[in-house]
Design a protein. Structure first.
Lengths: 326, 326
DNA sequence: CTGAAAGCGCTTACAG
DNA sequence: CTGAAAGCGCTTACAG
């Protein structure tokens, strides 16, 4: 396991008896008009010496980092895992790596500066405050969230997802439906609320009540407690933890799911399989969100405005927490 | 929102009427013997122009990337979220960022080469095959796993964690205990099995049966099905999904937890709160693992051998899935 | 077909 | 106390 010193282009050039610039061109495949024999010698020596291009030097010279940044508020949320996968795949197709980080442990501003200093060609921002964005030099794009005054974002069809959930309950005969919302500062939550409202109002004789939530299980549990003695039989939770909390709250109150009430949550992840009863969800195209984010970053000029909704479909995943109204 | 062109050291030097080298020293705080007035002028101009050092140029010159890499097999596993947090905090203390990636979408080898080209000062490897490691130039460290023949790893006290789980069940009076193991290629699983065996064998009159599992819920469910009609009253699951599966398997068989059987799993995460009954777990010092990994990377020479166990304590988290034997 | 030169933006001895 | 020079490892016109 000998760990050779770094081998440079100059080392290969010397070994092959040619100029360093020729080695560069041949190794990058930039030059067809080179004698096969010379080409061969260069490749042979490069392999022999174990040459590996220095990405940093290349970046400096070409002013391209070959990397994208992805800011994730917290890695525990399974939603982000899928965004990361999509972004990595899309970046790989362009020969770039994705560097994901939460910026934990850094003063947030310092962290942004550490990234925005040539290390990345673009930044996907899934969390964090918008304040830092203004001073960014590198092109950025908000992902799965929008911020007033920042016209660079790519979001999911949150309205549509909530509507799909409501539609599922309507199809099962539910006529009194509650919505467990999210925190007021989450724009995803207000879009889901709007989608809920629109779908509920689109059918006569259907009532929809909006409950305050906070995207946590505790919040979902508290919210449903308010409707256990009402006519409500269907619950749409704005996210997965809220839905899990709703399940708990109903069980606490002695309400059987899905016999006496149905619950469906926006977003899907493995955890939905583990709770009892298994939770019906609306799956969002998160991989596509990550991939499309990278695409936009490479396509758009840094000053272009974007306000795009991912066009891939949401998908209802029926499990055991929803059933016909009795 | 004007996006200024990149401002370089030369721009600041020109504006302040001094040499570029002086600007570098002053801005880096490397030089005390500079006229306060000059110092002031340099700082003023830097701020005025919005100067931001180019990390790439600095890296090339100083042969330090100011970044560490962290290879994570899959982001969905909450265990890794905590490792990432610990690593980020430790790196931040050293002025470095952590770039996390699964290498998804890349041919694995190509991906390692993309990182091992000056982009990082060291690599923490939590997953992936050991084959690629041999050709790495950058110092690396296996984290939470060991590989035969690779003497660079930092692991958790897996034996101890399993022992803590067994001890908890013994304390509750259980005398017939089953262990739901992991896949044969997971070294964490074999260490946990060893810890289970040692602790069970340390007390007279206690029987321990080792069941085959695969670190999934389905595996855990299938495993416990084999012991429902035996004397077994306590189950130690080698990881969280196995424990959740064990819970499901027991419910399927009509066994009430914790009345008729107890379940405790190694590793803790939020999901343990969501299942029914809430799962008793052994929490591992994952943040510490990540932080210590970065520490070792910065301390060790690339050729040093390491085989360290994280010295922070594991912690029993008693919830509702364990109770006294009846 | 190949080479020599310039330069990306810094940092670090070395002078003065 | 400050400046001038060299150089990190590449790439890219420009010559020849």
């Amino acid at each position: 396991m000998s760990r050779p010193q770094r081998v440079t282009l100059a080392d290969v050039a010397r070994a092959a008896g040619v100029d360093v610039s020729l080695v560069s061109r041949v190794l990058r495949g930039h030059d067809v008009k080179v004698l096969d024999e010379t080409k061969q010698r260069i490749h042979d020596q490069a392999r022999e010496l174990g040459y590996r291009p220095n990405a940093i030097a290349r970046s400096l010279r070409s002013a391209k980092a070959g990397a994208f940044g992805l800011v994730i508020p917290n890695f525990s949320n399974p939603v982000y895992a899928q965004i990361i996968e999509g972004a990595e795949a899309a970046a790989a197709r362009r020969g770039s790596v994705v560097m994901t980080s939460s910026g934990e442990g850094w003063e947030r501003r310092a962290w942004y500066e550490a990234l925005d200093s040539g290390r990345v060609d673009g930044l996907l921002v899934a969390g964090g405050s918008a304040v830092e964005l203004e001073s960014l030099r590198v092109p950025y794009l908000l992902v799965n969230r929008s911020v007033p005054g920042v016209h660079r974002h790519l979001v999911l069809d949150d309205e549509g997802a909530a509507a799909v959930a409501v539609r599922h309950l309507l199809d099962l005969g539910h006529r009194h439906i509650a919505f467990v919302g999210g925190p007021s500062d989450a724009d995803t939550a207000s879009r889901r609320a709007a989608g809920f409202r629109a779908e509920v109002d689109s059918v006569d004789g259907v009532s929809g009540v909006e409950l305050r939530g906070d995207y946590t299980a505790a919040g979902g549990r508290a919210a449903v407690a308010q409707v256990v003695d009402t006519a409500v039989t269907g619950v749409v939770a704005a996210n997965l933890p809220s839905g899990i909390g709703a399940l708990e709250g109903l069980r606490d109150a002695g309400v059987d799911v899905p016999r006496d009430a149905s619950v469906v949550a926006v977003h899907d992840a493995e955890i939905a399989e583990y709770v009892v009863p298994r939770l019906t969800t609306v799956r969002m195209p998160l991989r596509r969100l990550g991939a499309r984010g990278i695409e936009l970053l490479t396509t758009l000029s840094p000053t272009d405005e974007v306000a795009e909704v991912v066009d891939a479909p949401t998908e209802l995943v029926v499990r055991d927490s929803t059933g016909p109204v009795r």
